[in-house]
Ligand binder design. Structure first.
Ligand code: P1T
Length: 386
């Protein structure tokens, strides 16, 4: 079945026995617990809503289907999903190799919690070259943690090549697929063991829910993750599960438009006198454009721009935009813009930011699905002020 068909129907097939009303949309099951006739017979398989809830269950099936995988789990945030994954796979003394360009909150979780409090080691490598990952792997390495494209520099890594290296070394590959969305990239099919999402972004798509997901096709791993989901308790609420399911139904339509608008913005900014560099995998000038064409079905709606001048000019530009809200987050229908050095990646020490390439004149744009001409006009007038 096609992606768009799965996005609409998976997890929500009308069930004439279980739901005699014939709902075509799974209802929001708010009940925190489920009565049973006898002590050892949970009604319809549900016991208590932390362990399992029909609305969340429908979403979890949909998440698995759109990633081309067998199992999905929904969490109260992307970071709750990441925390649960680390709790499931790591113990003191283990080691993780991660792409050096990652969402700032993910690096903060690794450093401030799992490294400082739980004795887990982290090494950061430039995964654009798989050999750098290979060189960083140790005997105790359990996870290779990747984003592709990365937040905020839109760098890519060859997921299939790195999965081969990781599996030879007995490590698992985790891919945070938030920037690409499952419409444009399905890492499980490229050899990843687990996909992570902040569903807050493209998957929900309307900037009105915080959520996260883990997806895998490995049954044993799924059971472990589900045990920790229930035991640590960071589940997605029934209402948010409904919102995210609803968002997924238009994911294919939205992603096509995000991509079309992002390409228009990237091309416009590439030719602008006030812009020093544009990072967008869909541009032929992106150093990894060929890899993007190979492992993605499209280039998504995120890009970063290096402005000419200094931080003062960058701040002025950001202040003068009308349609692009100056805000953290991404992937919603409305365009957003932000300054990674002082916003999403402020928790990374300046020396580390510099090493990775996150400068004070870098701005990150989440291109929405508005009229592209209006977006270009807004960018043009704000660039005109600096
Ligand atoms: O915010 P939350 O739903 O907990 O997701 C965390 C997260 C995980 N992975 C990636 C790639 C992310 O971008 C994020 C959240 N990012 C932002 C809020 C941001 O503006 O970059």
């Amino acid at each position: 079945m096609g992606f768009d068909t799965q996005a609409i129907h998976a997890g929500e097939e009308p069930d004439f026995d279980g739901h005699p009303s014939g709902d075509v949309v799974v209802p929001i099951h708010l009940s925190s617990t489920f009565a049973r006739r006898d002590v050892d017979e949970p009604t319809g398989g549900f016991e208590y809503s932390r362990s399992g809830n029909p609305t969340r269950f429908a979403l979890e099936k949909k998440l698995a289907a759109i990633e081309g995988a067998r199992y999905g789990l929904a969490f109260s945030s992307g970071l709750a999903a990441e925390t649960t994954l680390c709790l499931s796979l790591l113990k003191a003394g283990d080691h993780v190799v991660a792409f050096d360009d990652l969402y700032g909150g993910t690096r903060r979780l690794f450093t401030r919690v799992f490294q400082e409090n739980y004795g887990i080691g982290f090494s950061y490598a430039d995964a654009r070259d798989p050999e750098n990952i290979k060189a960083a792997i140790r005997k105790d390495t359990k996870i290779i943690w990747l984003e592709s494209p990365t937040n905020p520099l839109l760098r890519l890594c060859d997921i299939r090549a790195i999965a081969g290296i990781a599996h030879d070394a007995g490590a698992r590959v985790v891919v945070d697929n938030t920037f690409a969305s499952p419409y444009f990239q399905q890492p499980i099919g490229l050899g990843a063991d687990v996909v992570v999402h902040s569903t807050t972004k493209y998957i929900n798509g309307h900037s009105d829910s915080i959520g996260g997901a883990l997806v895998t096709s490995d049954e044993e791993l799924f059971r472990k993750l589900r045990f920790h989901q229930n035991t640590a308790g960071g589940i997605l609420s029934p209402f948010d599960s409904f919102l995210v399911s609803r968002g997924i139904k238009t994911l294919a339509l939205r992603m096509k438009r995000h991509e079309k608008n992002a390409l228009a913005v990237a091309e416009f900014l590439s030719g602008h006198a006030k812009v020093a560099a544009v990072y967008y995998p869909g541009l032929a000038s992106h150093p990894q454009h060929a890899l993007a064409r190979k492992q993605m079905k499209g280039f998504s709606g995120m890009l970063s721009v290096e402005l000419k001048g200094g931080e003062a000019e960058t701040r002025k530009f950001l202040r003068h935009l009308h349609l692009f809200a100056l805000a953290e987050s991404l992937g919603g229908v409305e365009s957003l813009i932000e300054h990674p050095a002082t916003m999403t990646h402020a928790s990374i020490p300046p020396s580390e930011r510099k090493k990775v390439g996150i400068s004070d004149t870098l701005v990150r744009i989440s291109v929405g699905i508005e009229n592209a001409d209006d977006l270009l006009a807004d960018l043009d007038q704000a660039l005109g002020t600096i």
